[in-house]
Design a protein around this ligand. Structure first.
Ligand code: C5P
Length: 372
């Protein structure tokens, strides 16, 4: 049960709930925030074992690319407040969240109901956690804004450019952006630490901690262990290579891809060169030598269209192409715009295709919203 915020403490000077709410609104650093939710590609994805909970232990190099959804969160006053008391007496936060989704270049055919959307679930989780923290240990610098947020209504507006269910982490990126955006609405300089946001994200989806962290990272465990990958100069070892993304529009079940791969775990002999020599990945052809995805075999066997697309892109990109995550998106790396254009021309008509770049080091979602 979530304990109720102590109203006595919230009403200094005997102010009414309404008066307190109006006063606390003025303490919000901003009322609308837009956070770019960057897509990711997996340059490696090793399946190391099956865990007792049925998930897989992974080791994956996750790299953000410049293709992004926009996640806009607006706070508005709500006469009913943003919480309700459920049948079993629990206080449930985030009841007044409306979701609108706009397609910008992708199909929304697979969009489920709002209550299942990861962005909405992330908002509810954040609000419950904020309430828990402010009840247990109120911080003078965020107490009033937290009170205001917890009693508000929200509108989340997603502008989708990342294909749904395509192995590019679009839904996870939106959820990560919601966690970061709501946190920035409570306090200009973070209310929850990034590690706490990552922990919240891990309970919703395996890719979310890496996307909350941002930057080029090594993801391990179920996805909850994230460490930045840096070269000798302390920065990401990857240059901002061009990335051609293509998707044949087939639906791949992530759970099925993992299940079918359980008996083809990655050999312990596989050596992920980026880890042993992170400074030798300066070009697309250098990367081609160590691109690896342990889910490819199972997905290619079930979806020949994905296998055919990967074969074409691999040929056009001199080997530097791979399926991302559980697919169906295939990416190719290229050193310059001309090479990227050659790969793009090899993508069959009818496929969704986008040319983007690896995000430059330092542009990380966790650094905060770019627009307020
Ligand atoms: O965590 P997420 O919801 O993204 O995972 C989707 C599915 O992928 C899970 O239900 C699980 O079947 C599979 N998975 C896995 N091991 C992981 C991550 C995902 O088996 N580390």
């Amino acid at each position: 049960m979530i304990p109720e915020l102590r109203h006595k403490a919230l009403r200094p000077g005997g102010r009414t709930h309404e008066e307190q709410l109006n006063a606390s609104r003025t303490v919000l650093p901003r009322r609308t925030v837009t956070v770019p939710a960057y897509a990711k590609i997996n340059l490696t994805l090793e399946l190391l074992g099956v865990r007792p909970d049925g998930y897989h232990d992974l080791r994956s190099v996750v790299v953000p690319v410049d293709l992004h959804d926009d996640v806009e969160i607006s706070v508005s006053s709500s006469s009913e407040g943003g919480r309700t008391v459920s049948g079993d007496g629990r206080t449930v936060f985030g009841q007044n969240i409306s979701l609108s989704v706009v397609a910008d270049g992708v199909s929304l055919a697979e969009l489920g109901p709002p209550e299942k959307n990861l962005a909405v679930r992330a908002a509810r989780l954040f609000l419950a956690r904020l309430h828990e923290l402010e009840t247990r240990n109120p911080k003078p610098e965020t107490f009033h804004s937290a009170f205001c947020i917890l009693h508000s209504a929200f509108c989340i507006r997603l502008t989708k450019r990342i294909p749904l269910g395509g192995g590019l982490g679009g839904g996870s990126a939106d959820a990560a952006a919601v966690l970061i955006g709501l946190n920035s609405l409570v306090a200009r300089h973070s209310s929850l630490a990034t590690s706490e946001l990552m922990e919240l994200g891990a309970s919703l989806g395996s890719d979310i901690p890496a996307l909350v962290h941002g930057g080029t990272v090594l993801m391990e465990g179920r996805g909850e262990r994230v460490s930045p990958l840096v070269g000798a100069n302390g920065r990401s070892p990857l240059p901002p290579l061009y990335v051609v993304l293509a998707n044949p529009g087939v639906h791949v079940s992530t759970a099925e891809a993992y299940r079918a791969s359980s008996d083809v775990l990655t050999s312990p002999a596989f050596s992920c060169n980026i880890l042993s020599s992170p400074d030798r990945v300066g070009s697309a052809s250098a990367c081609a030598a160590w691109l690896f995805n342990g889910l490819e075999e199972a997905v290619f066997a079930r979806h020949p269209e994905v296998a055919a697309l990967a074969a074409r892109m691999r040929e056009a990109a001199g080997g530097a192409a791979l399926m991302s995550g559980s697919g169906a998106t295939v990416f190719a790396l290229a050193d310059d715009a001309e090479a990227a254009e050659r790969v793009r021309r090899a993508v069959p008509a009818g496929c969704w295709c986008e040319v983007t770049r690896i995000l430059p080091d330092g542009v990380m979602a966790a650094h905060g919203p770019l627009e307020a």
